[in-house]
Ligand binder design. Structure first.
Ligand code: ATP
Ligand code: MG
Length: 504
């Protein structure tokens, strides 16, 4: 029996009012990919922060290669060969990609930073890993997926013995996930111990050797992945079986709710698409294909150069988020931290913000009604803890995402545009959310859902547009769509050089 690379011994950690970790024990072997599974708020990220030296456990301890290890600080973790890639990218936005990756040890030549050398080194590392980045780009200008790529490159810079990844693929699409997995497998062959957190069961299956399930901060069990069925894992995670997702009803052809004609922005276009009332339309494509850019143009955060947008047949001008809300379009963006949440405000305030942002013409929620709406979504989306006064900052990643969704759902828009709506949301809450989106469609709302997850789109949408290199490369009805056919449309031609799309 080899000595485990890492062991957690009865690790506990609490925050005011929450026992986030309650005597967690398991071990990770060298050359093993060990999945960590658990619903939103189960304690996964907290455990990784203990490993990274960000948090000190209240009790219990860790050992590395059989030796008791006090990981007193992130610096200490780094010295011990422990690297943690966080759920929320943790980069310096005003610095370039290369500076972020080599922060603290920039290459120096004649007592000056060797910029060309730095950029070459960055490109070389990215190349070796099969990833693409522009070393000179400022991080603030990158989309979420590209930031994740930078995080990964940064973590692999040092001599890593233990690598933990907290939902690294949440914004990546199949091709990028494939590259990341190839990378993880290579590290595994080198004897690196990998902890892998994800809510996507097919990924856990594809990459992990064993899996530990956490529930309410406690270890439920550690099992060999190939020896346990999905249904059992889900049962262990959420304590119930999932309703089998009932296939969506074919879209009732209502009136056209949204028409986009020949829309061109600096990064995408021309894009033309339609969403009918009562229809759920998908927007598929690889990272960088322009999915998010289209949603940004609809919210006015990315400027349209030409083309028209019509809502229920009437042309609208969208120069900023207020215009889109006034036009009846609610946009739920991907970057929840920067665009969607006020972390130091309560759950209730964050949900109601959407309502308050509604200009005078629309109805204004009364206090009482507001409280009722907040309660409704706390229950429907199972936001935990279900305490409207809790600060959003203290919620787990998946629960923050649910608050973002609640905020837009509560506005009862005519058109709802969602960018990666289930990023970081656990399987139980996901099925609730899909049911909710179908209810909205049934009530006549037109939905446009951009997602990197083809399986999600296939399960949810009536129709899908596929984007490639900033343009729509095809439109497929759900009945004719398969993962393969969508991927083919997403990848058909090699991307021409000289045009850069930095996010999904
Ligand atoms: N800084 C904090 N202050 C107070 N409570 C916190 C803090 N950080 C985490 N918690 C609470 O600890 C619990 C575990 O959170 P954690 O982020 O570890 O969950 P998770 O398993 O990573 O969930 P997700 O899948 O949603 O990312 C949650 O109840 C969360 O609200
Ligand atoms: Mg988390």
């Amino acid at each position: 029996m080899t000595t485990p690379a890492l062991e957690f011994h009865a690790v506990s950690k609490s925050f005011p009012g929450v026992q986030a970790l309650d005597s967690v024990s398991f071990d990770v072997r060298p050359g093993e990919v060990h999945a960590l599974l658990g619903e939103n708020g189960a304690g996964k990220s907290t455990l990784l922060r203990v490993l990274a030296g960000d948090y000190q456990p209240d009790s219990g301890y860790l050992s590395l290669a059989g030796e008791h290890a006090g990981i007193a600080s992130p610096r200490e973790a780094h010295r011990l060969g422990v690297q943690v890639i966080y759920q929320e990218p943790n980069l310096a936005p005003s610095l370039s990609v290369a500076e972020n990756i080599f922060m603290g040890h920039l290459p120096v030549k004649a007592r000056r930073v060797d910029w060309p050398g730095l950029h070459r080194a960055t490109a070389r590392r990215a190349d070796k890993l099969g990833l693409t980045v522009d070393p000179t780009r400022r991080v603030w200008s990158l989309g979420v997926a590209q930031r994740q790529v930078v995080e990964i490159l940064k973590a692999l810079e040092s001599d890593v013995r233990i690598l933990a990844l907290d939902e690294p693929t949440a914004s990546l699409s199949a091709t990028e996930v494939g590259m990341l997995f190839a990378l993880i497998r290579r590290l595994r062959e080198d004897g690196v111990a990998v902890i892998y957190v994800s809510h996507r069961m097919e990924e856990i299956r594809a990459i992990s050797d064993r899996v530990t399930v956490l529930r309410d901060g406690r270890t439920v069990d550690t099992l060999t992945t190939s020896a346990v069925a999905d249904a059992r894992l889900i049962m262990m995670m959420i304590g119930r079986t999932l309703m089998t997702a009932n296939a969506p009803q074919p879209g009732r052809s209502g009136n056209v709710a949204l028409t986009v004609r020949e829309l061109v922005t600096d990064e995408v276009g021309p894009v033309s698409l339609q969403v009918k009332a009562g229809e759920i339309v998908g927007l598929a494509g690889l990272v960088g294909s322009g999915r998010s850019r289209v949603t940004k143009a609809l919210s006015g955060t990315s400027k349209a150069r030409s083309g028209t947008i019509e809502v229920s047949g009437a042309a609208v001008r969208i120069r900023g988020p207020a215009d889109s809300i006034r036009a009846g379009i609610a946009i739920c963006p991907q970057d929840r931290k920067a665009l969607a949440l006020v972390p130091d405000r309560s759950i209730a305030e964050n949900i109601a913000l959407g309502g308050r942002a509604v200009p005078p013409r629309a109805h204004v929620l009364s206090r009482r009604r507001e409280a009722a709406v907040v309660r409704e979504y706390l229950t429907r989306l199972d936001i935990r803890p279900a305490d409207p006064s809790r600060l959003v900052r203290t919620l787990s990643g998946g629960n923050q995402q649910k608050v973002v969704l609640a905020r837009w759902l509560a506005q009862s828009p005519a058109i709802l545009v969602l960018d990666e709506p289930t990023r970081g949301v656990d399987v139980g809450a996901k099925s609730e959310l899909y049911a909710l989106l179908r209810d909205l469609a049934a009530a006549g709302v037109g939905l446009l859902v951009a997602s990197s997850d083809l399986v999600e789109l296939l399960g949810l949408c009536d129709r899908m547009y596929v984007m490639r290199d900033g343009e729509i490369s095809g439109e497929v009805a759900r009945a004719d769509a398969t993962e393969e056919s969508l991927l083919r449309l997403a990848m058909k031609a090699p991307a021409p050089a000289g045009r850069s799309h930095q996010d999904g």
